[in-house]
Write a protein that binds this ligand. Structure first.
Ligand code: CAA
Length: 261
Protein backbone atom coordinates (compact mmCIF):
# COMPACT_ATOMS: atom_id res chain seq x y z
CA UNK A 1 0.00 0.00 0.00
CA UNK A 2 1.20 3.56 -0.73
CA UNK A 3 2.57 5.43 2.31
CA UNK A 4 -0.08 7.83 3.59
CA UNK A 5 -0.18 10.49 6.31
CA UNK A 6 -3.69 11.91 5.96
CA UNK A 7 -5.61 8.65 5.68
CA UNK A 8 -5.42 5.14 7.16
CA UNK A 9 -5.48 2.29 4.67
CA UNK A 10 -6.05 -1.40 5.22
CA UNK A 11 -7.59 -4.53 3.79
CA UNK A 12 -10.58 -5.75 5.78
CA UNK A 13 -13.31 -8.39 5.75
CA UNK A 14 -13.12 -12.09 6.53
CA UNK A 15 -11.11 -12.71 3.36
CA UNK A 16 -9.26 -9.37 3.44
CA UNK A 17 -10.86 -8.59 0.09
CA UNK A 18 -12.24 -5.12 0.86
CA UNK A 19 -10.12 -1.98 0.87
CA UNK A 20 -10.80 0.46 3.70
CA UNK A 21 -9.78 4.13 3.55
CA UNK A 22 -10.33 6.13 6.74
CA UNK A 23 -9.73 9.90 6.74
CA UNK A 24 -7.37 10.81 9.53
CA UNK A 25 -7.50 14.57 10.14
CA UNK A 26 -9.97 14.55 13.03
CA UNK A 27 -8.89 17.96 14.38
CA UNK A 28 -9.62 19.58 11.00
CA UNK A 29 -12.95 17.75 10.66
CA UNK A 30 -11.24 15.63 8.00
CA UNK A 31 -10.88 18.63 5.69
CA UNK A 32 -9.82 17.35 2.29
CA UNK A 33 -6.46 18.99 1.67
CA UNK A 34 -4.77 18.31 -1.66
CA UNK A 35 -2.44 15.73 -0.14
CA UNK A 36 -5.36 13.80 1.39
CA UNK A 37 -7.16 13.58 -1.95
CA UNK A 38 -3.94 12.53 -3.67
CA UNK A 39 -3.49 9.78 -1.08
CA UNK A 40 -7.08 8.61 -1.63
CA UNK A 41 -6.53 8.52 -5.41
CA UNK A 42 -3.17 6.71 -5.04
CA UNK A 43 -4.71 4.12 -2.72
CA UNK A 44 -7.75 3.52 -4.91
CA UNK A 45 -5.48 3.02 -7.92
CA UNK A 46 -3.41 0.62 -5.85
CA UNK A 47 -6.55 -1.37 -4.95
CA UNK A 48 -7.63 -1.33 -8.62
CA UNK A 49 -4.39 -3.20 -9.37
CA UNK A 50 -4.69 -5.56 -6.38
CA UNK A 51 -6.53 -8.67 -7.56
CA UNK A 52 -7.38 -9.69 -4.01
CA UNK A 53 -9.52 -6.56 -3.48
CA UNK A 54 -13.02 -6.32 -5.00
CA UNK A 55 -14.36 -3.06 -3.58
CA UNK A 56 -13.30 -0.20 -1.29
CA UNK A 57 -15.05 1.55 1.57
CA UNK A 58 -14.25 5.21 2.26
CA UNK A 59 -15.16 6.64 5.64
CA UNK A 60 -14.33 9.31 8.20
CA UNK A 61 -15.11 8.84 11.86
CA UNK A 62 -18.34 8.62 13.82
CA UNK A 63 -18.52 12.39 14.33
CA UNK A 64 -17.74 13.55 10.82
CA UNK A 65 -17.12 12.24 7.36
CA UNK A 66 -15.54 15.46 6.13
CA UNK A 67 -16.11 19.23 6.34
CA UNK A 68 -15.03 19.61 2.71
CA UNK A 69 -12.06 20.99 0.85
CA UNK A 70 -9.41 22.57 3.08
CA UNK A 71 -10.48 26.22 3.16
CA UNK A 72 -7.21 27.45 4.67
CA UNK A 73 -5.24 25.79 1.89
CA UNK A 74 -7.56 27.24 -0.75
CA UNK A 75 -8.00 30.75 0.60
CA UNK A 76 -5.01 32.37 -1.14
CA UNK A 77 -5.46 30.80 -4.56
CA UNK A 78 -5.69 32.98 -7.67
CA UNK A 79 -7.67 32.41 -10.85
CA UNK A 80 -4.92 32.17 -13.47
CA UNK A 81 -2.84 29.58 -11.65
CA UNK A 82 -5.95 27.58 -10.68
CA UNK A 83 -7.20 27.62 -14.25
CA UNK A 84 -3.87 26.66 -15.77
CA UNK A 85 -2.98 24.01 -13.20
CA UNK A 86 -6.29 22.67 -11.88
CA UNK A 87 -5.68 21.97 -8.19
CA UNK A 88 -8.66 19.60 -8.10
CA UNK A 89 -7.08 17.31 -10.68
CA UNK A 90 -6.65 14.37 -8.28
CA UNK A 91 -10.42 14.33 -7.72
CA UNK A 92 -10.80 13.31 -11.38
CA UNK A 93 -8.53 10.31 -10.81
CA UNK A 94 -11.08 9.03 -8.28
CA UNK A 95 -13.80 9.21 -10.95
CA UNK A 96 -11.86 6.79 -13.18
CA UNK A 97 -11.42 4.02 -10.59
CA UNK A 98 -12.75 0.75 -12.00
CA UNK A 99 -13.77 -1.14 -8.87
CA UNK A 100 -16.82 -0.14 -6.81
CA UNK A 101 -16.35 2.44 -4.05
CA UNK A 102 -18.72 2.64 -1.09
CA UNK A 103 -18.97 5.79 1.03
CA UNK A 104 -19.88 5.25 4.70
CA UNK A 105 -20.96 8.70 5.92
CA UNK A 106 -21.33 9.46 9.61
CA UNK A 107 -21.79 13.06 10.73
CA UNK A 108 -20.91 16.02 8.51
CA UNK A 109 -20.53 15.54 4.77
CA UNK A 110 -20.06 19.16 3.78
CA UNK A 111 -18.88 20.69 0.51
CA UNK A 112 -16.17 18.49 -0.96
CA UNK A 113 -17.00 15.83 1.64
CA UNK A 114 -20.46 15.52 0.20
CA UNK A 115 -19.05 15.70 -3.32
CA UNK A 116 -16.61 12.91 -2.58
CA UNK A 117 -19.46 10.74 -1.32
CA UNK A 118 -21.28 11.41 -4.59
CA UNK A 119 -18.22 10.32 -6.59
CA UNK A 120 -18.46 6.98 -4.76
CA UNK A 121 -20.74 4.37 -6.32
CA UNK A 122 -22.89 3.57 -3.31
CA UNK A 123 -23.55 5.85 -0.32
CA UNK A 124 -24.51 4.41 3.06
CA UNK A 125 -25.26 6.94 5.79
CA UNK A 126 -25.40 6.86 9.57
CA UNK A 127 -28.66 8.04 11.13
CA UNK A 128 -27.03 11.28 12.25
CA UNK A 129 -25.31 12.14 8.98
CA UNK A 130 -25.66 15.76 7.83
CA UNK A 131 -25.25 16.79 4.20
CA UNK A 132 -24.60 20.28 2.90
CA UNK A 133 -22.97 22.32 0.14
CA UNK A 134 -21.96 25.40 2.16
CA UNK A 135 -19.64 26.90 -0.47
CA UNK A 136 -22.06 29.80 -1.06
CA UNK A 137 -21.37 30.93 2.51
CA UNK A 138 -17.60 31.14 2.05
CA UNK A 139 -17.52 33.06 -1.23
CA UNK A 140 -17.37 30.27 -3.77
CA UNK A 141 -19.46 27.52 -5.35
CA UNK A 142 -19.15 23.71 -5.39
CA UNK A 143 -16.16 22.69 -7.52
CA UNK A 144 -15.91 18.91 -7.28
CA UNK A 145 -19.29 18.02 -8.75
CA UNK A 146 -21.82 19.34 -6.22
CA UNK A 147 -24.09 21.14 -8.70
CA UNK A 148 -23.95 18.22 -11.14
CA UNK A 149 -24.24 15.35 -8.65
CA UNK A 150 -27.28 16.72 -6.84
CA UNK A 151 -28.92 17.39 -10.23
CA UNK A 152 -28.24 14.01 -11.78
CA UNK A 153 -28.58 11.73 -8.76
CA UNK A 154 -31.24 13.85 -7.04
CA UNK A 155 -33.25 16.45 -8.93
CA UNK A 156 -33.11 20.07 -10.08
CA UNK A 157 -35.13 21.22 -7.10
CA UNK A 158 -32.81 19.48 -4.64
CA UNK A 159 -29.68 20.71 -6.43
CA UNK A 160 -30.91 24.29 -6.42
CA UNK A 161 -32.01 24.28 -2.79
CA UNK A 162 -28.86 22.55 -1.52
CA UNK A 163 -26.37 24.66 -3.49
CA UNK A 164 -28.18 28.02 -3.38
CA UNK A 165 -28.76 28.01 0.38
CA UNK A 166 -25.99 25.98 2.03
CA UNK A 167 -28.78 24.47 4.16
CA UNK A 168 -28.10 21.24 6.03
CA UNK A 169 -29.96 18.04 5.20
CA UNK A 170 -30.51 14.90 7.21
CA UNK A 171 -29.65 11.35 6.19
CA UNK A 172 -33.36 10.74 5.59
CA UNK A 173 -33.61 13.78 3.33
CA UNK A 174 -30.49 12.74 1.43
CA UNK A 175 -32.02 9.31 1.00
CA UNK A 176 -35.25 10.86 -0.26
CA UNK A 177 -33.25 12.99 -2.67
CA UNK A 178 -31.63 9.86 -4.05
CA UNK A 179 -27.99 10.33 -3.06
CA UNK A 180 -28.07 7.80 -0.18
CA UNK A 181 -29.23 4.21 -0.58
CA UNK A 182 -29.41 2.96 3.03
CA UNK A 183 -29.28 4.36 6.57
CA UNK A 184 -27.85 2.54 9.61
CA UNK A 185 -27.21 3.24 13.29
CA UNK A 186 -23.85 5.09 13.43
CA UNK A 187 -21.98 2.27 15.16
CA UNK A 188 -23.05 -0.31 12.58
CA UNK A 189 -22.44 1.83 9.52
CA UNK A 190 -18.86 0.89 8.65
CA UNK A 191 -19.35 -2.83 9.27
CA UNK A 192 -22.47 -2.77 7.07
CA UNK A 193 -20.49 -1.00 4.34
CA UNK A 194 -17.72 -3.59 4.66
CA UNK A 195 -20.31 -6.41 4.45
CA UNK A 196 -21.58 -4.84 1.23
CA UNK A 197 -17.99 -4.65 -0.03
CA UNK A 198 -17.49 -8.33 0.83
CA UNK A 199 -20.61 -9.25 -1.10
CA UNK A 200 -19.41 -7.34 -4.16
CA UNK A 201 -15.94 -8.88 -3.79
CA UNK A 202 -17.45 -12.38 -3.85
CA UNK A 203 -18.75 -11.85 -7.40
CA UNK A 204 -16.91 -12.04 -10.72
CA UNK A 205 -14.54 -9.04 -10.85
CA UNK A 206 -14.79 -8.65 -14.62
CA UNK A 207 -18.60 -8.58 -14.53
CA UNK A 208 -18.60 -6.20 -11.56
CA UNK A 209 -16.35 -3.86 -13.56
CA UNK A 210 -18.72 -4.02 -16.52
CA UNK A 211 -21.74 -3.20 -14.36
CA UNK A 212 -20.03 -0.19 -12.79
CA UNK A 213 -19.03 1.01 -16.27
CA UNK A 214 -22.57 0.55 -17.63
CA UNK A 215 -24.32 2.30 -14.72
CA UNK A 216 -21.93 5.25 -14.97
CA UNK A 217 -22.80 5.58 -18.67
CA UNK A 218 -26.45 6.10 -17.63
CA UNK A 219 -25.39 9.38 -16.04
CA UNK A 220 -23.28 10.52 -18.96
CA UNK A 221 -25.40 9.81 -22.01
CA UNK A 222 -28.97 9.45 -23.26
CA UNK A 223 -31.19 6.39 -22.82
CA UNK A 224 -30.75 5.00 -26.34
CA UNK A 225 -26.95 5.24 -26.19
CA UNK A 226 -26.97 3.85 -22.66
CA UNK A 227 -29.09 0.86 -23.69
CA UNK A 228 -26.81 0.19 -26.65
CA UNK A 229 -23.74 0.42 -24.41
CA UNK A 230 -25.29 -2.03 -21.96
CA UNK A 231 -26.24 -4.44 -24.77
CA UNK A 232 -22.69 -4.40 -26.17
CA UNK A 233 -21.25 -5.13 -22.72
CA UNK A 234 -23.91 -7.82 -22.17
CA UNK A 235 -22.89 -9.48 -25.45
CA UNK A 236 -19.24 -9.24 -24.47
CA UNK A 237 -19.89 -11.16 -21.23
CA UNK A 238 -20.24 -14.22 -23.51
CA UNK A 239 -16.53 -13.88 -24.26
CA UNK A 240 -15.67 -14.39 -20.58
CA UNK A 241 -14.92 -17.61 -18.74
CA UNK A 242 -17.07 -16.40 -15.88
CA UNK A 243 -20.20 -16.41 -18.08
CA UNK A 244 -19.47 -20.05 -19.00
CA UNK A 245 -18.77 -20.87 -15.38
CA UNK A 246 -21.83 -19.04 -14.01
CA UNK A 247 -24.31 -20.66 -16.36
CA UNK A 248 -22.70 -24.12 -16.11
CA UNK A 249 -22.73 -23.91 -12.31
CA UNK A 250 -26.41 -22.96 -12.42
CA UNK A 251 -27.24 -26.01 -14.54
CA UNK A 252 -25.14 -28.26 -12.28
CA UNK A 253 -26.80 -26.81 -9.18
CA UNK A 254 -23.48 -25.79 -7.62
CA UNK A 255 -21.80 -22.53 -6.59
CA UNK A 256 -19.82 -20.81 -9.35
CA UNK A 257 -16.09 -20.47 -8.98
CA UNK A 258 -15.26 -17.05 -10.42
CA UNK A 259 -11.84 -16.39 -11.94
CA UNK A 260 -12.43 -12.85 -13.22
CA UNK A 261 -11.53 -13.82 -16.77
N1 CAA B 1 -11.15 23.42 5.87
C1 CAA B 1 -10.17 23.70 6.76
N2 CAA B 1 -10.33 23.63 8.09
C2 CAA B 1 -11.54 23.29 8.55
C3 CAA B 1 -12.61 22.99 7.69
C4 CAA B 1 -12.38 23.07 6.29
N3 CAA B 1 -13.32 22.77 5.38
N4 CAA B 1 -13.69 22.70 8.44
C5 CAA B 1 -13.31 22.79 9.72
N5 CAA B 1 -12.01 23.15 9.80
C6 CAA B 1 -11.20 23.38 10.99
C7 CAA B 1 -11.50 24.72 11.62
O1 CAA B 1 -10.80 25.73 10.96
C8 CAA B 1 -11.04 24.49 13.02
O2 CAA B 1 -9.64 24.56 13.05
P1 CAA B 1 -8.90 25.39 14.27
O3 CAA B 1 -9.29 24.63 15.51
O4 CAA B 1 -7.47 25.28 13.91
O5 CAA B 1 -9.47 26.75 14.23
C9 CAA B 1 -11.42 23.04 13.27
O6 CAA B 1 -11.55 22.43 11.99
C10 CAA B 1 -12.73 22.92 14.01
O7 CAA B 1 -13.72 23.67 13.32
P2 CAA B 1 -14.74 24.68 14.07
O8 CAA B 1 -14.07 25.36 15.20
O9 CAA B 1 -15.37 25.54 13.02
O10 CAA B 1 -15.80 23.62 14.65
P3 CAA B 1 -17.39 23.77 14.75
O11 CAA B 1 -17.87 22.52 15.46
O12 CAA B 1 -17.78 25.08 15.30
O13 CAA B 1 -17.92 23.72 13.22
C11 CAA B 1 -18.09 22.95 10.95
C12 CAA B 1 -17.67 22.63 12.38
C13 CAA B 1 -19.59 23.18 10.89
C14 CAA B 1 -17.72 21.79 10.06
C15 CAA B 1 -17.39 24.26 10.50
O14 CAA B 1 -15.99 24.13 10.77
C16 CAA B 1 -17.55 24.60 9.07
O15 CAA B 1 -18.55 25.17 8.68
N6 CAA B 1 -16.53 24.24 8.20
C17 CAA B 1 -16.49 24.63 6.85
C18 CAA B 1 -17.46 23.86 5.99
C19 CAA B 1 -17.37 24.34 4.57
O16 CAA B 1 -17.61 25.50 4.25
N7 CAA B 1 -17.05 23.41 3.64
C20 CAA B 1 -16.94 23.69 2.24
C21 CAA B 1 -15.51 23.79 1.86
S1 CAA B 1 -15.31 24.42 0.22
C22 CAA B 1 -15.36 23.07 -0.78
O17 CAA B 1 -15.54 21.95 -0.35
C23 CAA B 1 -15.10 23.37 -2.25
C24 CAA B 1 -15.34 22.25 -3.17
O18 CAA B 1 -16.45 22.06 -3.66
C25 CAA B 1 -14.24 21.39 -3.61
Amino acid sequence: LPRCEMIKTEKVGEKSNVGLITFNRPRQFNALCLQLIKEVADTLEHFDNDETVGATVITGNEKHFSAGADIKEMAGKEFAASYKKDFLVDWDRIRTVKKPIIAAVNGYAFGGGNELSMICDIVYAGEKAVFSQPEINIGTIPGAGGTQGWSRFGSKSWAMEVCLTGNRFTAQEAQMAGIVSRIFPPKELVSEAIKLGEKISSKSPILIQMIKEAVKVAYETNMQQGLQYERRLFHSTFATNDQKEGMTAFAQKRKPNWTGN
